[in-house]
Design a protein. Structure first.
Length: 199
């Protein structure tokens, strides 16, 4: 049902669809919040809500129910709040994109538990803090996009080792030199550097 100019909200009775495996609603004009029932769909494997006019925050405990989730795309959905630590319990995820939202806070350290993750895109939010070292444990990670945030410090050596081994082929953070002469982040292994309106 993606790319259909659908409007209105996602029905609150979605939790009745207990056998549902895929919810593909990206690139529509849906509004309102994501119903709590979505987070209780234990058989769901793929959620695509990107590029809608949705709003709200990610729940905390209910995310633990999505044990079979493999693809989770909520880019450009006006999501606010923080990334819950329970996101790190979705151990079957291989693709996670929550870019272009209004997320704050830090990147949960237990993101390193997502051992099947191939694509991780948290770019264009307002995330702070440092990049968790444990992300370097993700041996299947091929793309890591963290630019256009307020992260600090340097890219952990464990992540650079993935990049240098060619497993991580696309690594982008805010590491351009600013007008004041210092770097937003230090990165010796990035595919490209972003910052101050670039990227």
């Amino acid at each position: 049902m993606s790319n259909n100019l659908l409007s209105g909200g996602i029905p609150s009775c979605v939790d009745h669809l207990s056998k549902l495996e895929r919810m593909l609603l990206s690139h529509n004009m849906l509004q309102g919040s994501i119903p709590l029932g979505v987070w209780s769909l234990e058989n769901i494997k793929e959620i695509r809500f990107s590029y809608n006019n949705l709003q709200g925050t990610f729940p905390t405990k209910p995310l633990e129910n999505l044990v079979n989730l493999e693809t989770f795309l909520t880019a450009n959905c006006n999501m606010q709040g923080t990334i819950p630590s329970t996101m790190g319990n979705l151990v079957n995820l291989n693709r996670l994109s929550i870019r272009d939202n209004f997320l704050t806070g830090t990147i949960p350290t237990n993101m390193g538990n997502l051992e099947h993750l191939v694509n991780l895109d948290l770019s264009s939010n307002s995330l702070t803090g440092t990049i968790p070292t444990d992300i370097g444990k993700l041996k299947h990670l091929g793309e890591l996009l963290l630019f256009r945030n307020n992260l600090s410090g340097s890219v952990p050596q464990s992540i650079c080792e993935l990049s240098l081994s060619k497993k991580l082929w696309n690594l982008g953070v805010d590491c351009l030199q600013t007008s004041k002469g210092f770097f937003e982040m230090e990165c010796s292994c990035c595919s490209y550097c972003c910052g101050t309106g670039k990227c």
